[in-house]
Design a protein around this ligand. Structure first.
Ligand SMILES: C[S@@+](CC[C@H](N)C(=O)[O-])C[C@H]1O[C@@H](n2cnc3c(N)ncnc32)[C@H](O)[C@@H]1O
Length: 294
């Protein structure tokens, strides 16, 4: 099955082993042996990314997954787009975020409140400041590539989720293997930086393994479409904006940032010839529930 084929949701309950070998956690032949370590996400890079991002479908999948929950934690809330939407739906949402400016923005309600109450804690996934089983659902969107210790972060997420609650679940979001943004970074920037290939599926598969070892062993996967939009009329402008955005996202201040921008020009030219005004940020939503898959 290719990544785009089949349904948007893998309907069956999967085991951690089935998540690891699922094509949506691919490319399976490029899976690394260990975590490559965190990407550096710059403050400006994330903000210009969010300003162009349209991810209605991803938000809808997360909100639908959390319908039956009440005590919900968002790990790595960022600028709070999903946190606020969930708080609006459920009345309240707690978030943990390490970045000082983002914590401040969340506390000040920058971006609105969507009618719900936000409880904001400074902190990191690897050491969540909550007692065991404090929440009936924990979600974390696009955070795993930035943590220092992947297994410890996921273990903490499992620890604070109460497995005895009827609607207990952990919801993690990362990139699907056809993610166009990650593909461009892997093709152009990662080799110039001399880093190892970014493999989003490895992060979710490793998370699934860790969750299953801590009582959350029944999984489902959904693929979502999201995209960054480039509305500039001229192709040259779109290429320039996209090259800046991609480099600033993971390689802001990198000594070879100028080489990356230059090398992105032909790759973005080829990309915009196929898809003139957008770069896809296709996601994968992993939902883990307590128990073991049959
Ligand atoms: C790509 S942003 C995603 C933000 C938000 N979840 C969203 O989807 O809009 C990643 C976020 O993870 C946060 N982060 C980085 N390291 C973290 C860690 N160890 N624990 C928790 N959050 C972390 C960053 O500060 C940033 O806000």
């Amino acid at each position: 099955m290719s990544v785009q084929q089949g349904t948007r949701a893998a309907a069956n309950t999967l085991s951690a082993a089935q998540v690891r070998t699922h094509p949506w956690c691919g490319p399976l032949d490029r899976a690394p042996q260990r975590y490559r370590g965190p990407h550096r996400l710059s403050a400006g890079g994330w903000q210009s990314f969010v300003d162009r991002l349209e991810r209605r479908e991803e938000m809808a999948v997360v909100r639908a997954a959390l319908t039956g929950n009440r005590r919900v934690l968002d790990v790595g809330g960022g600028t709070g787009e999903i946190t606020r939407a969930v708080a609006g739906d459920l009345g309240r949402c707690v978030t943990v975020e390490p970045h000082v400016n983002r914590v401040e923005r969340l506390r000040l309600g920058v971006g609105g409140t969507d009618g719900g109450e936000l409880e904001v804690h400074p902190g990191r996934a690897e050491a969540l400041p909550f007692a065991d089983g404090s929440f009936d659902a924990v979600f974390s969107a696009w955070v795993l590539p930035y943590v220092d210790d992947l297994v410890r972060a996921v273990r903490e997420i499992a620890r604070v989720c109460d497995p005895t609650h009827g609607e207990a679940k952990v919801v993690l979001i990362g990139g699907s293997p056809d993610n166009e943004l990650v593909a461009l970074l892997n093709e152009v920037c990662v080799p110039i930086a001399g880093e190892s290939h970014d493999h989003q599926g490895y992060l979710l598969a490793t998370a699934a393994q860790t969750l299953s070892e801590h009582g959350f062993g029944r999984f489902s996967l959904s693929r979502t479409e999201a995209a960054l939009h480039f509305t500039e009329p001229s192709l040259a402008e779109r290429i320039r904006s996209a090259a800046d955005l991609l480099v600033n996202f993971w390689y802001d201040g990198h000594p070879r940032a100028a080489d990356m921008r230059e090398a992105l020009v032909p790759a973005l030219g080829r990309h915009f010839a196929r898809r003139p005004h957008a770069i896809g940020d296709q996601g994968l939503v992993l939902v883990a529930r307590p128990g073991e898959s049959a």
